[in-house]
Design a protein around this ligand. Structure first.
Ligand code: FO1
Length: 314
């Protein structure tokens, strides 16, 4: 079964790792948010792409979910000796990725091509595609004024209220040939349990993406990142509320209304089933928290079975 999963960072990467384990090699394509990419000290940093890539290639730091495991920070220490503010923790091994990516981009390769090279060298068993090749930047409207995503997320610890979201550069982006081909050949399309506002929405907002998704006859299934009203990780719950959505699985289903055929919710949210089904979305209730590799693979198998059932019905 050919599966395309739309994903952001840590939550999306976890489900993608389960899918990679549950599917035959080569059947999984992950389309990743690149709207939280940014430049630091002349290097192009793509946090979500790297989180997915490191996770699927078994290089990820298991504690943080981002960065490389068994990492050291000597270069960053030296950069701070030069007086720089090292608020974004780039490890020595991780730096190699950013140096090579930046160099290859400067030589003229596309982000899709550069990512494919990195993924192949690291040995992930899935295809990992950026949502687009053009730079897009998430700029958040906060009480402190417009704020770049990584400044909000890392430097200021997600403490600001988000009143609006701008995807700067999105109008000049376009769906890539690789993403188009993957979506056209998909038997199942998944929206991973990533932040619906700043991880999945940028992917959906790439010009041509909605049309390609709607043109695909494959069932589309979202896995709720909100469990019992709370985000397992990150600021998705507070962001949903401050932007006028409900911080619940139903709130997420409403955001995806018209696009998804199915939604996977945690057992603690079974009371929401009727409300979600009223949106024309079928519901799978299961244990949706992924604590370890076993959970990831079990959830992935259940999501795949659910998708296959939906495909059979349509
Ligand atoms: N997240 C943090 O909370 N603090 C960091 O210092 C940090 C460094 C970092 C370095 C490389 C990388 O690929 C990711 C990194 N992240 C860090 C995670 C990342 O910025 C966020 O999790 C995502 O952008 C949100 O999806």
């Amino acid at each position: 079964m050919k599966v395309v999963a739309l994903a952001g960072g840590v939550g999306g990467a976890k489900l993608a790792a389960g899918l990679q384990d549950a599917l035959p090699d080569g059947d999984l394509t992950v389309v990743v948010n690149t709207a939280d990419d940014f430049d630091l000290w002349g290097l192009r940093i793509c946090p979500d792409l790297d989180t997915v890539m490191y996770t699927l290639a078994d290089f990820a730091n298991p504690v943080t979910g981002w960065g490389v495991r068994k990492e050291s920070f000597n270069s960053l220490g030296m950069i701070s000796v030069y007086g720089e503010d090292c608020w974004f923790k780039l490890g020595d091994k991780d730096l190699a990725t950013h140096i090579l990516r930046t160099n290859r981009l400067r030589e003229g390769a596309s982000l899709t091509e550069v990512t494919a090279g990195l993924v192949e060298a690291l040995g992930a068993r899935a295809r990992i595609l950026p949502m687009c090749d053009e730079p897009v930047a998430t700029i958040l409207d906060t009480q402190e004024g417009p704020m770049e995503f990584q400044v909000y997320f890392v430097r200021r610890g997600q403490k600001d209220d988000v009143r609006g979201v701008e995807l700067r550069g999105i109008e000049d982006a376009q769906i890539t040939e690789s993403v188009s081909v993957a979506l056209a050949g998909a038997d199942l399309i998944l929206l991973c349990p990533s932040n619906p506002i700043v991880s999945i929405w940028p992917v959906l907002a790439v010009p041509g993406m909605r049309k390609a998704l709607e043109a695909s006859p494959a069932p589309k299934v979202a896995v709720s990142p909100i469990i019992g009203g709370r985000a397992l990780k990150g600021p998705a719950d507070r962001m949903l509320s401050s932007l006028g959505h409900e911080s619940s699985a139903t709130g997420v289903a409403r955001i995806y209304e018209g696009l998804i055929d199915g939604m996977v919710v945690d057992l603690v949210d079974t009371a929401e089933r009727a409300e979600i089904e009223a949106l024309g979305v079928r519901v799978l209730e299961t244990e949706a928290v992924m604590r370890d590799a076993e959970d990831r693979t079990r959830l992935a198998r259940e999501v795949l079975d659910f998708g296959a059932k939906l495909a059979g019905r349509s």
